[in-house]
Design a protein around this ligand. Structure first.
Ligand SMILES: C[S@@+](CC[C@H](N)C(=O)[O-])C[C@H]1O[C@@H](n2cnc3c(N)ncnc32)[C@H](O)[C@@H]1O
Length: 378
């Protein structure tokens, strides 16, 4: 298991530093943080661990090679020179996907078929296959990503994106990606001993991610990963990673997490999602409109993704919700409030400039994360 690999944890724009922190917390050093990704070198046991534990990364990819290529010949020869046989067994299936940005090699279908051909030639020689490769075995999705004439060749170790935790059985109109919800919680300095409320909880994503973080439950515990069947990762590495996750979970940590929403159907969905996540009734769910929100304790955290009011007709109603939230929280200065919205007038409506703001993308929507730090009381 001492074989070293270069892994790339891909990240949504704006979340790279948070993904980097998570990678470091898993014990990996010498990270390279770039736009959209965090690269690090580790032994192969990092593949199960990173997939199981990274809450804010989109995927974990294995870097097979990175080189300059301005002609199809260069792409072919350098792809063929890479040690594919180390990663793809004789029967392995390896479809190739691609993308190209600001590069001489701009025809993605051509790049994909050249890469496919180069890997086939390499594997046939190295695995001693004289006919065709059957590709009936484990799936290895190859990606050729060319950016400014530099080709990056990777294998996707995750399979479905890491936001697919396996608990979302239902959702509302505008659910937050689980990876972004986890990031919103991690940006706060919430500790599970403090109350936590999402008063616009929809299908419950933020509250569920907070509960998983609060009890240190690995987000990937309920799902499968593409690389679970790869020959070069010892089965033991997977077993050890799942065992480590089981031991690290702190099911005894009490939680004080509430999710509320005006829509009773969404509260039902949130309850089902929390059940599916294995959280039972650890989170309290209730149907409530924001104007009725009335915190009873001190030192709590509101972390929320309210409606943005982008649709015609919604704006005034949404602006009133922001005013209501500001008015309520003014009476609770020990609470910290974190709100993600694309509405540029948020601070004015809320009635106070944020302590801190952070630009984040919710899918393709440009948003700000408004952060109001509470003054904790003893
Ligand atoms: C952007 S969605 C939240 C999505 C949620 N983060 C998720 O992942 O499913 C906003 C939510 O605010 C709720 N909402 C709208 N008006 C409300 C009000 N006046 N009080 C409380 N909730 C409200 C909607 O029902 C909707 O579920």
């Amino acid at each position: 298991m001492s074989q070293k690999v270069t892994l790339i944890a891909t990240a949504a724009m704006g979340l790279e530093a948070i993904v980097g922190k998570e990678v470091k917390a898993l014990g990996y050093e010498n990270l390279q943080v770039e736009n959209g990704r965090v690269s690090f070198e580790a032994d192969v046991s990092a593949i199960p661990r990173a997939n199981l534990w990274l809450r804010t990364a989109d995927r974990v990819k294995l870097q097979v090679g990175r080189f300059k290529a301005t002609s199809f010949d260069q792409l072919f020869e350098q792809t063929k020179a890479l040690p594919w046989e180390d990663f793809i067994a004789e029967e392995g299936e390896f479809p190739v996907i691609g993308k190209s940005v600001k590069s001489k090699l701009y025809s993605v279908p051509d790049c994909q078929s050249i890469v496919k051909k180069a890997i086939v030639e390499r594997l046939k020689v190295k695995h001693g296959v004289t006919s065709w490769l059957k590709e009936t075995g484990a799936l290895h999705r190859v990606e050729v990503a060319i950016h400014k004439d530099e080709a990056l060749l990777t294998l996707d170790t995750s399979g479905s994106g890491l936001h697919k935790r396996g608990y979302r059985v239902g959702q509302g109109e505008a659910p937050l990606k689980e990876t972004l919800a986890a990031a919103l919680v991690q940006i706060t300095n919430w500790h599970p001993d403090h109350p936590f409320v999402d008063p616009f909880c929809g299908s419950g994503t933020i509250a569920i991610e907070a509960a998983l973080i609060g009890q240190n439950i690995a987000p990937g515990f309920n799902r499968e990963f593409a690389s679970e069947d790869w020959h070069f990762i010892p089965q033991q590495a997977w077993e050890d990673a799942f065992q480590e996750a089981e031991e690290a979970a702190n099911y005894d940590q009490p939680l004080n997490i509430v999710g509320s929403d005006i829509d009773p159907e969404l509260i039902d969905i949130a309850k089902k999602n929390a059940m599916e996540a294995g959280l039972g009734d650890l989170i309290s769910w209730k149907q409530m409109q924001i104007s009725d929100f009335n915190p009873k304790q001190d030192n709590g955290y509101v972390v929320s993704n309210p409606p943005y009011g982008e649709r015609m007709g919604d704006r005034e109603e949404v602006e009133q919700m922001y005013r209501d939230l500001g008015t309520i929280m003014r009476d609770h200065p020990s609470w910290s409030v974190y709100v993600l919205t694309s509405h540029e007038g948020f601070e004015k409506l809320y009635g106070k400039p944020a302590t801190k703001r952070r630009k984040l993308f919710n899918g393709f929507i440009k948003t700000d994360y408004y952060q109001y730090f509470g003054k904790h009381v003893r």
